[in-house]
Design a protein around this ligand. Structure first.
Ligand SMILES: [Zn+2]
Length: 580
């Protein structure tokens, strides 16, 4: 059975308009095509999601050099096949524009993959086993570094130092969780940082403590830096290896471009080096990190880093403004106070990492300078402040083409939903978060209460009110697999609980075709990569070949889809055996 395809007219694309000569449309070409007319790559017999405005489907596609030269029927491309053309028979499989992740942390994810990686593990015991093995296998490492544990695996989201002390007593251990908002440390790390029961909490974070004030081994937000700043600097070679590993992994998921949502000078140096050596095969937009401990005086430095950050496929044209934290540790900025476990209001409504006045002044200035503002806005107060800042920029600078986007959007006040479309502020969704699992039921719903909980991840409402939806993973926080992400965007159920899971606010689920559009054309728009994101004649040949007909329900859950091949500029950057 076909999944709902809102606007589809199979094979309805008119013939390509690239002027490849009179043989086009001739069913029995007698003369072989001239070399200049032939394609380098032809895909036939497929279900090609063009992603154009009309959501047209095609059967075949041809690429010459780095551009698409024909999109249409098998007959349309037949004349383009020459002796050196690679022809791939799709046998009904889907081809999509290359996926673009509009909010991702490839250096973090890549470093985790080349260090001690806990993302795929579950539960305290498994974490400790993996950590112990890693420490034994790396006796020369002065620090035990890695990350990826989940808050939900510990009571109250608070892992303890004693567990780490038992396996690594003599070397410091520093392990951020998969959200990157909390770190698990051992006693050695606390001792080296001089953190004791007398250490006050920093302004932008908290030291988790036992009742007598003793640090228990979890550091929230800015408190992570108390230990994090002691960690030896990551070497340029580590960054390089991390990015190459991240790129290999992301290409394997059909991703051809991304926006790196946290670029510090060391990340930028690694991107520039890979762009220089020709090893950067992905298109990357760098979002330069706004230092929230400083004000507008940092803008001159950002302008310099942007000027230095333009090489090949790497373009540092965004600025990442982190407006607040996360709900699970009560640092997301909310319009109403968090509730205690009994449903009573507390005196905490979260943190504004950048105060509203500074945020507005910064965004007006950045927008005027042509920077794209990229907000981390998770709580409803952070969302409102970010939209206020965009509105002020529109008023001051007119309708610039900076395409501001707000990532995360866990809670959006109903009054703010129509403002996205009105202001041209893009809604950058991390769809896999919209599920009812332990982290949601134990750490989120009780502190938000029923009414506010009902405003979470309102993707359908945002679309209905004219917002442009774009998508990203926030990897290494959560999986960068676009198929798992799109499955949740549709079902609002975790793929881990497909059969039994109760959906989270299912009326905010969206159609597959809309999720796919958000992940391709939508994110391409956010990335200002206007020659990508759809498959049309003249566009750059960035595309993915899937292992199935994505829209055929009989082919199984969306999230089980795998990618057989990924192309950037018409060149293979990922391929599984047996494609031809
Ligand atoms: Zn992020």
């Amino acid at each position: 059975m076909a999944r709902s395809v809102v606007a589809g007219n199979d094979l309805g694309t008119p013939g390509a308009t690239d002027g490849t000569g009179p043989r086009r449309g001739t069913t029995d070409a007698i003369l072989p095509p001239m070399p200049n007319d032939t394609a380098d790559l032809v895909l036939t017999g497929g279900r090609i999601f063009t992603g154009d405005a009309a959501k047209t489907w095609a059967q075949a596609l041809a690429v010459r050099g780095n551009r698409i030269v024909s999109v249409g029927s098998d007959r349309d491309v037949r004349a383009l096949v020459g002796s050196s053309t690679r022809v791939i028979e799709l046998r009904g499989r889907t081809v999509t524009p290359g996926f673009q992740d509009a909010h991702v942390h490839p250096t973090h994810g890549g470093l985790a993959r080349i260090r001690c990686e806990l993302h795929d593990a579950r539960g305290r015991d498994e974490y400790l086993r993996i950590l112990g093995e890693y420490a034994t296998e790396h006796p020369d490492r002065e620090w035990i570094l890695g990350g990826g544990w989940s808050l939900a695996d510990f009571p109250g989201g608070l892992p303890r130092r004693e567990d780490l002390d038992a396996i690594v007593p003599d070397r410091p251990v520093f392990f951020p969780n998969r959200d990157g908002h909390d770190a698990w440390v051992n006693s050695k790390a606390l001792e080296m940082a001089g953190i004791t029961r007398d250490t006050p909490d920093p302004a932008d974070g908290r030291i988790a403590r036992d009742e007598d004030g003793t640090p228990l081994g979890t550091l929230h937000e800015g408190a992570m830096d108390l230990v994090g700043r002691l960690v030896p600097a990551t070497s340029a070679e580590d960054f390089r290896q991390a990015l190459l590993e991240a790129q290999r992994y992301l290409h394997g998921l059909g991703i051809t471009a991304w926006q790196d949502a946290w670029v510090e000078p060391a990340d930028q140096a690694a991107y520039l080096a890979l762009a220089e050596s020709g090893e950067l095969t992905a298109r990357v937009i760098g979002a330069l990190w706004w230092d929230r401990s400083n004000g507008l005086e940092q803008i001159d430095g950002l302008v310099e880093r942007r000027a230095a950050g333009q090489r090949g496929r790497y373009q540092a044209t965004s600025v990442k403004l982190m407006c607040d934290g996360i709900i699970e540790n009560h640092t997301a900025a909310m319009l109403q106070p968090y509730l205690d476990g009994q449903g009573h209001a507390t005196d905490n409504s979260g943190l504004d990492f950048i105060d509203a006045e500074t945020l507005t002044a910064a965004v007006v200035k950045l927008d005027a300078l042509g920077f794209q503002p990229h907000f981390h806005a998770l709580g409803d107060r952070a969302v409102r402040h970010a939209l206020d800042a965009v509105e002020a920029a529109r008023r001051a600078n007119g309708w610039s083409d900076t395409r501001p986007h707000l990532a995360h959007l866990q809670v959006v006040h109903p009054d703010d939903i129509p403002r996205f479309g009105r202001l041209g502020a893009l809604a950058n969704a991390q769809p896999v978060w919209a599920v009812l699992e332990e982290q949601m039921s134990e750490l989120t719903l009780p502190v938000l209460g029923d009414e506010v909980s009902g405003r979470q991840y309102p993707w359908r409402s945002l679309r209905r009110h004219g917002a442009t939806l774009v998508m990203g993973s926030d990897w290494a926080v959560s999986t960068p697999d676009p198929f798992l992400e799109m499955e949740v965007a549709v079902t609002r159920v975790s793929p881990d609980a497909r059969e039994t899971g109760e959906p989270l606010l299912p009326h905010e689920g969206i159609e597959l075709v809309d999720a796919l559009t958000a992940f391709t054309a939508g994110s391409a728009y956010a990335n200002h990569l206007d020659e990508t994101g759809s498959l049309a004649v003249g566009r750059l040949a960035d595309l993915a070949i899937l292992d199935r007909d994505l829209f055929d329900e009989a082919s199984g859950p969306i999230g089980d889809t795998t990618v057989l091949a990924t192309f950037v500029d018409g060149v293979v950057v990922h391929e599984r055996p047996g494609l031809d």
